[in-house]
Ligand binder design. Sequence first.
Ligand SMILES: NC(=O)c1ccc[n+]([C@@H]2O[C@H](COP(=O)([O-])OP(=O)(O)OC[C@H]3O[C@@H](n4cnc5c(N)ncnc54)[C@H](O)[C@@H]3O)[C@@H](O)[C@H]2O)c1
Ligand SMILES: [Zn+2]
Length: 257
Amino acid sequence: MSSLEDKIEKLSQLIIDSKNIVILTGAGMSTESGIPDFRSPDTGLWNKVDPEKYATIHSYVANPGRNLKMMLDLGTKIFRAKPNKGHKAITKLQKMGKLIGVLTQNVDGLHQKARTQNVVELHGTVNEAKCMRCKRVFPITEMINQVMKGAMNPSCGICFGLLKPNAIFFGEPLESEKLMKADEMIAKCDLLIVLGSSLLVYPVAFYPRKALSLGAKLAIINIQETDLDDDAEVVIHKKIGDTLPKIIELVEKRINA
Ligand SMILES: NC(=O)c1ccc[n+]([C@@H]2O[C@H](COP(=O)([O-])OP(=O)(O)OC[C@H]3O[C@@H](n4cnc5c(N)ncnc54)[C@H](O)[C@@H]3O)[C@@H](O)[C@H]2O)c1
Ligand SMILES: [Zn+2]
């Protein structure tokens, strides 16, 4: 088994040898910014709440008030969060001209706050609210202000439909334009780097498989093992913030040498 240094070295070289890199991020990307993920042992949100009760679209429509408390707790953490060393390292890689863009499952907007370009938010964003009837999109403050005043069924100011955070709940389809953009990026990429995803949530977990089938190489940085570890050129079971900045620094040094 190779050492961490060997793996850092190997992933740096893979990046140097690649022209069209795509990064796929999951909730593990943002844990170092203070936002809990879903599936980490002990700290993951699924240890505390039942997803069937709180994260399906049916449960929200049936009882918005019950869901809103948990959402406000997570939302408060998200609105206060700042991009971490990992998000910043991705922006640095993009400035080197090698990164096509980022496909993210995260709804926190931290890639954009770190000034990464071409970010596809496959699961939407909690920085916006959406009317379930007329589909208009509002800043999330529109919804939060109503909830803070005690409204348990926050509603659209235009058509009075129920507002929801503009993030994908379990049981909702992903937006087709975003899926098309992701498909294009996957078709173009020669290296896909997965950062902080259990690769258990579909359809996003198909992307690494699709990239592999189209001839791209795969690299993974994730604390826990994933089902695709055996298919990757490099797998690093460490924190993103402790490894990715070192990898990108090494790439920068070699490119400028
Ligand atoms: N920040 C967010 O926007 C946020 C937070 C919670 C959940 N979600 C949503 O939850 C769903 C969960 O799927 P998922 O695959 O994204 O997350 P997940 O919770 O299923 O898996 C996260 C993975 O990240 C790893 N991890 C945690 N911290 C890490 C770190 N610092 N460095 C490296 N690895 C780390 C864990 O070992 C775990 O395997 C997604 O659909 C996402 O939309 C988003
Ligand atoms: Zn409306």
